[in-house]
Write a protein that binds this ligand. Structure first.
Ligand SMILES: Cc1cc2nc3c(=O)[nH]c(=O)nc-3n(C[C@H](O)[C@H](O)[C@H](O)COP(=O)(O)OP(=O)(O)OC[C@H]3O[C@@H](n4cnc5c(N)ncnc54)[C@H](O)[C@@H]3O)c2cc1C
Length: 336
């Protein structure tokens, strides 16, 4: 039986999504335990730069569908291309990142294959030849272990990619098989172009971040967050609700549908610590959380926590930072 793991390789047309190497590592771990190997699924109008990057991945094989009509993400064309890849690779397991694209394509494919799907997984492991997923329930109040039933392929979307054991290293670059796009008879949704974000500042490169969450309560309170950031020489970032409200631009959003950051200092102001946010900032060297709820999940990842009302606390902290600066004892993130 074919026990291979197929990985959907997400990219922006020119470059692979940053987390793809980690998805490949996770796929290799599962493939080793199952007794198969990893196959990357690449769909797009694939140019030199992307092909070069893909050749550096630790997959054994790549199955690619390249066509000029796939230059922008077109859900029905991408789904059709992936169906051809599934026919070619006949995998046991199919992994997607739990991104907007993964959340759209994986269920559509599982439905058409009459195959089981488990979404939003925090981990995957093989136990007694059975795949077990860990996923959150009830807004992450609890976690459950679930296994797909019925015939493979088994589809999963992954929010995190914890790797316990290295998979097979692979001998050299992956073997690439190209197949032609079979356009679906009817295309009902057509993307007419994507407006790309205009980046004012790349938060993923910031050494210090002060992030605002819904707990700031009102747009006017962004001012006290910005003042603290200025006093600390930090960049302002936010959780998703703040970007959704349009209080800060979306390129400031940290998390699975925003940016992944790893600054030396991350100050989370009024952020609850849901896994979609934590996935984007958990690798920060020093995490300080300010939240009025002592049970907030952000305190599970924070090194220091302050249980208080941020509206009255942030100005005090800002003053302290300014005073320290004036007396020559500024916050030195290199010591964090
Ligand atoms: C597919 C998907 C992708 C997602 N991607 C992201 C993502 O990339 N990034 C992201 O951030 N979220 C993302 N989310 C949303 C995520 O699930 C949470 O809803 C979001 O992170 C919550 O943001 P928050 O912590 O700012 O708000 P809330 O969860 O509302 O938390 C507000 C916090 O502020 C505290 N608070 C309230 N008042 C005060 C006060 N006066 N002083 C101090 N503390 C106070 C509260 O105790 C609470 O803990 C995603 C969700 C889905 C389903």
């Amino acid at each position: 039986m074919n026990l291979n793991v197929l990985l959907y390789l997400e990219h922006d047309g020119a470059r692979l999504q940053g987390e793809m190497a980690r998805l490949v590592d996770k796929g290799n771990e599962l493939a080793r335990e199952l007794g198969g190997f990893t196959v990357g699924a690449l769909v797009g109008d694939i140019g030199e730069q992307l092909s070069g990057e893909v050749r550096g991945l630790k997959c054994k094989e790549i199955v690619a569908v390249s066509d000029p009509s796939l230059g922008e993400y077109q859900p029905e064309l991408f789904r059709s291309a992936l169906e051809s890849i599934l026919d070619e690779a006949a995998p046991h397991v199919v992994l997607f990142r739990h991104s907007y694209v993964g959340m759209e394509l994986a269920p559509a494919l599982a439905y058409r294959r009459k195959a089981p799907i488990i979404s939003n997984c925090l981990d995957l492991a093989v136990t007694d030849s059975r795949i077990e997923a860990v996923r959150p329930y009830l807004r992450e109040v609890c976690w459950g272990r679930v296994s797909p039933q019925g015939k493979p392929p088994y589809f999963f979307t992954l929010q995190r990619f914890p790797v316990r054991a290295e998979g097979p290293a692979g001998n050299g670059p992956p073997r690439v098989t190209e197949i032609r796009l079979k356009s679906p008879a009817v295309v009902r949704i057509r993307c007419r172009g994507i407006a790309h974000r205009v980046e004012s500042e790349d938060i993923s490169k910031a050494e210090r971040i002060v992030a605002a969450g819904r707990g700031i309560g009102a747009q006017a309170n962004l001012k006290i967050v910005q003042e603290l950031a200025e006093a600390l020489g930090a960049t302002v970032a936010c959780s998703r609700p703040i970007a959704d409200l349009g209080w800060l631009p979306v390129e400031r959003q940290v998390g699975i549908s925003g940016k992944t950051v790893s600054p030396k200092v991350y100050v989370a102001c009024g952020i609850s610590g849901e896994s979609q946010h934590v996935a984007g900032m958990k690798d920060s060297s020093l995490i300080i959380a300010i939240n009025s709820d002592p049970r907030a999940r952000i305190f599970r990842v924070a090194h220091y926590g302050v249980v208080t009302d941020l509206v009255s606390f942030l100005p005090v902290l800002t003053n302290a930072a300014l005073q320290a600066k004036r007396s020559g004892q500024g916050v030195d993130s290199r010591e964090a």
